[in-house]
Design a protein around this ligand. Structure first.
Ligand code: GRF
Length: 186
């Protein structure tokens, strides 16, 4: 059985999507830990309700120790807003993926997170948007792309509408990619 560690900063809906996929056997793996960027976030409640150990660390050393203690085969960044220490990326080369709510390389990099991404897409009158799963490297949002899902941006979409539509795609794409990666590692 493969071990997955999830990193989250917010509502944890992608964490929930991964948990659902495990329960439904669409992912054959176990979540051995949630790394949360701060206390009080909903992702922690979801982890606790599912008996997943939660780690909130203050230093890079503690973070690395926490991740190591979970023996991850794959690390999934699901809306994690804190910087990942390069030392951690180096310890798990190619084994860390991130989901980003745009069609990278568009709307990625510094400042493009959360609603900022969706506001920029609407302002630019893009006809389509979507989400991207990519390998995490030390260059922010620039690692090799693993998969993307596209949606049409309707003319009357607000940034909030777009965020909701993209999030639904994330919930489908992320579990699919996780299982694909697990399969290729077997
Ligand atoms: C998602 O839009 C993800 O792409 C972004 O942060 C959001 C996380 O949402 N990086 P959730 O915490 O999984 O609900």
């Amino acid at each position: 059985m493969k071990n997955i560690v999830v990193f989250a900063s917010g509502s944890g809906s992608n964490l929930q999507a991964i948990i659902n996929a495990i329960i439904e056997n669409r992912i054959q793996a176990k979540i051995t830990g949630l790394v949360a960027s701060k206390i009080g976030i909903k992702a922690i409640d979801i982890a606790k309700a599912n008996h997943i150990p939660v780690f909130v660390t203050q230093t890079d050393e503690d973070l690395i120790e926490a991740v190591d203690s979970c023996s991850p085969d794959l690390i999934v960044l699901a809306g994690y807003l804190k910087k990942i220490p390069a030392a951690l990326i180096d310890l798990y080369p190619g084994k860390m993926i991130n989901i980003h709510p745009s069609l990278l390389p568009k709307y990625g990099g510094k400042g493009f997170y959360g609603m900022n991404v969706h506001r920029a897409v609407i302002e630019a009158k893009e006809k389509e948007s979507g989400c991207t799963v990519h390998i995490v490297t030390t260059e922010y949002d620039k690692g090799p792309i693993v998969a993307q899902a596209r949606i049409s941006v309707k003319p009357d979409f607000t940034p909030e509408d777009l965020a909701a539509a993209v999030l639904l795609e994330e919930h489908k794409l992320l579990p699919k990619v996780i299982q694909q990666i697990i399969n290729t590692e077997n």
